[in-house]
Design a protein around this ligand. Structure first.
Ligand code: BMA
Length: 878
């Protein structure tokens, strides 16, 4: 048996040891109910992963396996570990067993004695096993199926129903997920399968100690505006088992800030909380943490050393970052209502980004590499923010550490989504413990800029999604206030005074508070944030979008690329109408909606080869999604500084959704595994620090300059008119110099379309397309943007483009030299399942030659790339 022995705190002489810890990670045994199956399984892990690793089931994501393997989550499994205690049990005053995460409902037995129960996967559990642990032990976790437990809890709740009972049929999911504190999307979602896992999903270990034990350690940097000083509030919680109070000395050091503070503290027997306030010397020049694109992410190494008697010490190290965050809700001239935007270190910041969902149904598959890849892709697409959505999980520590390092601002939901929730005492107690421990775990991360109570539950109540009889509505509103306001909010405000809290998303913020926490119109454009979905309206018409203060969700679906779908399907599945295609689509009528939206501006694929049509349809859904989200996002970006008809001052655009949980159609811009969809390349361009945004209103063409550059910039704008039929621009116009101020969106160009076309050889809307870019000192500044004057399906002169490609290697990357025979639309470079990304993709090619780089994420070769490479542009699908 592999046991890791770790000394937590050492006597400097090496003789006396204060505490030690040994891990129970690694191989366990897993048993089905009635001993139906017995297999080894890894911890952290889950039953599904263990069955797969043992070859007892196929890939759970393959074809219809989510349905075939439903039995796994309906069984009650037992996890068993036999271990020898690697120390003399009698020498320790207290021995505890710590679970960082148990998924979800279990009874825990050590040597056949029940030591505790679990019912919340977001809680940390610690059990006193001093009197039970022996030299040789058997530890057992007897799980109860989450599905059965949820059904049982719902049935026991006899006073009134707590809807929704079950997810929509199209999701093929399980019922009553709101009755269990478990990843809410694990019972299925409109983009995800039902895999209600069982297992030990985080670290488990034993800690033995004498005298005292550090239970947790957390801190917050606080800025006092009036004195302009930073204070560091450090909190350490001890379990003191010595019978006498302990005198300790604490030394807090931050070497780079020349800080060394020494204090004396008394540790009182029992639970002892030590709070330290460290004033940072005003002369120490503290560099603040900034979001990506706005400055550095400077952090400082800090150590906190507790010196006890006899040379015993407890040492903690952490990174400290300094930044302030404010959520500004104040009146705006010319618009009733309140603003809703964030100031970081006193500077208003437009949030550009997306929404994060769990990166896999099986958390043990979410490796450090995968997190790195997804979060690097986030900043590579010029995003500065993600919302950790409330139907998933509080992410692992490494997720937040990476966000700290990369400058990704996190809007952190609590894990409640699209449902009403019970409020009986045991549920509330469980939630209190969850919220307390998560806030303590996460609050020292500068990346987290706001706590938010739930996803869409304010809207669900007010718009009565679940058809609650009117006379009962107050009851549910009272429950809502009890859970999110009196419970969660109270705990958050007590534990963390450094960042704002809102009860829901979308919410009206201060207006919701004023209206009893459930606003009359949670989707108001005049207050708070908004979620907006419209699949039937024409997404090229910006007038359908809400000119809201902040848009935290909006989006369109697409299919993942063929190379991703291929891994979980067989030949018979490769058509848009196959059972498989229907099965993977969890959003009612989703496949049809995509085609209908695409068909507004594009002809549908025409090949006679069915597999080819499938691939071309995938391509077209990605084109549609990318273009729709582009138009919508650009509308929000340019609405930043203006009030039109009383609406505007938009300060955030987080589209739905960043990543995928499996290989299926969804709103994501990153496919399962991390491959970039066309939308992600579009995001890289539309979220660029500086961007010209074009649009039309009543036959007049406008361009706004949108700048998140860190200083005001002098620039010019070039506007070109291209004929579809020619690689030479028909005409080109360069404006005089102008200045775009940092952090603004302003009008920089305006011309009626008829006069623009007349000027350019009397071109027509069908024959021509506009492109435009900003430059400074003749160098392009930011990406080239374009504007269609008609739908591509009406385009005149657009030809099939023959694009030749030469691939060469340059150090770690590959160069793709493209040459086209004609103007090409939505040029898509694809290297199948070779892992990596292009420097640009999905672009409009109006010039004969273009060079694009490929950055591989794993070693590959020119030969491999040549073999997998395929280029598609719009006319290839007809
Ligand atoms: C929003 C999200 C999710 C959902 C998405 C797409 O409501 O909060 O619940 O997946 O829309 O429907």
């Amino acid at each position: 048996m592999h046991l890791l022995l770790l000394l937590l705190a050492l006597c400097q002489t090496g003789r006396v040891v204060l505490s030690l810890s040994f891990s129970l990670q690694g191989k366990w045994w897993i048993r089905g109910a009635n001993d139906s199956l017995r297999l080894p399984g890894m911890v952290p892990g889950c039953v599904h992963s263990a069955l797969f690793q043992q070859g007892l089931i196929q890939d759970p994501y393959y074809r219809f396996n989510d349905l075939n393997y439903r039995w796994i989550s309906l069984d009650n499994w037992t996890y068993i570990k036999e271990f020898t205690t690697p120390f003399d049990v009698s020498k320790w005053q207290k021995i505890i067993l710590i679970f960082e995460g148990v998924d979800t409902v279990s009874e825990i037995l050590l040597n056949n004695i029940t030591i505790g129960k679990t019912d919340n996967m977001f809680n940390r559990y610690s059990f006193d096993i001093t009197s039970v642990v022996r030299d040789v032990n058997v530890l057992e976790l007897r799980f109860l199926s989450a599905v059965l437990y949820a059904a049982r809890q719902s049935k026991a709740h006899t006073a009134y129903p707590v809807p929704p009972d079950c997810p929509p049929l199209v999701q093929k999911g399980e019922c009553h997920v709101n009755f269990i504190r478990k990843k809410q999307c694990s019972f299925s979602w409109d983009w995800g399968p039902s895999f209600p896992t069982q297992g030990i999903w985080k670290d488990v270990r034993i800690e033995a100690y004498n005298i005292c034990h550090l239970d947790y350690f957390t801190f917050s940097p606080i800025y006092d505006n009036s004195t302009q000083r930073w204070t560091l509030e450090i909190e350490s919680s001890f379990d003191v088992v010595s019978s006498q109070p302990i005198c300790a000395q604490v030394i807090v050091s931050i070497p780079k800030l020349q800080i060394q503070h020494i204090r004396s503290v008394d540790l009182i027997p029992g639970q002892s909380l030590v709070k330290l306030l460290i004033n940072i010397n005003k002369n120490a020049s503290v560099a603040t943490w900034w979001p990506h694109g706005h400055g550095n992410q400077t952090g400082y190494n800090m150590t906190v050393l507790f010196k006890l008697d006899k040379g015993l010490t407890i040492k903690n190290s952490a990174m400290v970052y300094f930044r302030t965050v404010e959520l500004i809700e104040e009146p705006i001239q010319g618009s009733y209502g309140l603003s809703f935007y964030f100031k970081i270190n006193g500077i208003p910041i437009f949030l550009k980004g997306s929404n994060w969902i769990p990166a896999d149904s099986f958390q043990d598959q979410v490796t450090s590499d995968l997190l790195q890849l997804l979060l690097h892709s986030t900043v590579d697409a010029n995003m500065n923010a993600l919302r950790v959505w409330g139907g998933g999980i509080y992410e692992q520590d490494e997720f937040y550490e990476l966000c700290d390092q990369l400058g990704i601002m996190i809007w952190q939901d609590f894990m409640f989504a699209c449902a009403l929730y019970p409020t009986d005492q045991s549920f509330m107690d469980s939630v209190s413990a969850e919220v307390g421990s998560q806030v303590r775990r996460l609050k020292s991360h500068p990346s987290i800029i706001i706590w938010s109570g739930n996803n869409e539950n304010e809207a669900a109540l007010r718009l009565n999604w679940y058809d609650v009889p009117l006379y009962k509505q107050q009851l549910y509103i009272d429950d809502y206030v009890m859970l999110y306001v009196k419970n969660i909010r109270e705990i958050v405000l007590k534990e963390d005074k450094t960042r704002p809290f809102i009860t829901s998303s979308p919410t009206n913020g201060a207006k919701s508070v004023e209206e009893g926490w459930v606003s009359y119109n949670p989707y108001s454009t005049h207050y708070g944030d908004v979620h907006y979905y419209n699949y039937t309206g024409d997404c090229w018409d910006w007038k359908i979008f809400p000119k809201a203060r902040f848009v935290s969700e909006y989006g369109y679906q697409s299919w993942p690329s063929f190379s991703t779908v291929e891994k979980v399907s067989s030949k018979t599945d490769w058509s848009f109408k196959s059972n498989f295609s229907l099965h993977r689509q969890h959003h009612y009528n989703g496949n049809m909606e995509m085609l209908t939206q695409a068909n507004l501006h594009f002809k549908l694929p025409l090949s006679t080869d069915p597999v080819r049509v499938f691939k071309d349809t995938i391509y077209l859904t990605q084109v549609m999604q990318a273009q729709c989200v582009k138009v919508e996002t650009e509308f929000y970006l340019r609405s930043r500084n203006e009030i039109v008809n009383g609406e505007g001052h938009t300060m955030g655009a987080l589209y739905w959704q960043l990543n995928d949980i499996w290989q299926a159609p969804s709103w994501a811009s990153l496919e399962y595994g991390g491959k970039w969809k066309m939308l992600h390349y579009f995001a890289q361009r539309f979220f660029a620090p500086v961007l010209p945004v074009g649009f039309e209103d009543q036959n007049v063409f406008y361009i706004y300059g949108v700048s998140d550059l860190r200083s005001d910039s002098r620039m010019t704008l070039t506007v070109r008119v291209h004929e579809w039929s020619s690689l030479k621009p028909l005409c080109s116009h360069v404006t005089d110099q102008f200045v775009v101020k940092s952090g603004t969106a302003i009008l920089i160009y305006k011309e009626p379309v008829p006069s623009l076309l007349r000027r350019c050889g009397h071109c027509t809307r069908q024959k021509c397309v506009l492109s435009f870019y900003l430059s400074t000192n003749r160098k392009p500044l930011g990406p080239t943007n374009y504007h269609f004057l008609s739908s591509p399906k009406e385009a005149v002169g657009l030809q099939k483009a023959h694009i030749k490609v030469l691939i060469s290697q340059q150090g770690d990357m590959f160069v793709f030299s493209l040459e086209t025979s004609a103007v090409a639309l939505f040029v898509w470079l694809d290297v199948g399942s070779i892992s990596g990304r292009f420097s640009d993709n999905g672009f409009l090619m109006t010039e004969k030659k273009r060079t694009v780089f490929f950055y591989p994420w794993k070693p590959t070769s020119k030969r491999e790339l040549e073999q997998s490479f395929r280029v598609t542009s719009l006319m290839d699908i007809y």
